[in-house]
Design a protein around this ligand. Sequence first.
Ligand code: 1Q0
Length: 214
Amino acid sequence: MAEGAETFSLREVLVAFTACVSEQREVRVDPYLAGWKGLVRFLNCLGTIFSFISKDAVTKIEIIENYRNSDQRDKYLTVQSMVEYELANGLVDLQKRSEHPNSGCRTFLRLHRALHWLQMFLEGLRTGEDNSKTSVICSETYDASLANYHPWIIRKAAGVAFCVLPTRNTFLETMNVGTAEEAVAMLGDALPYICEVYKITEELYAQHKLLDLP
Ligand code: 1Q0
């Protein structure tokens, strides 16, 4: 594990995702981005072989953060308000990337698809055998989700990177929440919240026919 692993805490990431859903069942953007930032910190600790992934994630986080720091920041408070605002003002490229290549909607969709992978990956870790291979859990869940949206070259690079992942128990222990068993318990508590965030966003995007944004 590279230097800096001690700065990652699974708890912080999971708390961020548990804070995402508002009482009106809207998905708050700030804690969503905070959750991803925590995950990127963790990814950076796993070694430079993952930097092509973390760089892309950071780029996407920053695009949405810039909207949150702009004059239109209130429109980007929740995913619901973002979708409503961008669609009503023609700010989303629906057919091909042209005038609005980095809309909030298309950028968020990329993180949303990655969240589906995360949900499956964490469930795989939680229910896996003690010394099962994280690399196998990671590649199986990636192939079943995100890989469908990635070209061959990225799938290949991701597959190579997954090979360096440590065993499940070592992986769980680096999450800084105590023993592997304690990490598993925490994953069990937090996963329903992540699933809920995913489900609400998926329904919203489906309702507005935004699931295939270029
Ligand atoms: C633990 C191992 C981590 C493995 C991460 C799996 C995800 C692989 C993703 C490969 C992305 C490759 C880089 C570029 C992709 C883009 O082409 C693509 C599409 O964007 P665009 O603009 O070209 O249309 N981008 C994406 O699909 C976004 C991908 C974001 C991935 C963010 C992954 C962050 C991972 C964090 C580590 C999770 C560790 C979980 C355990 C911690 C427990 C809480």
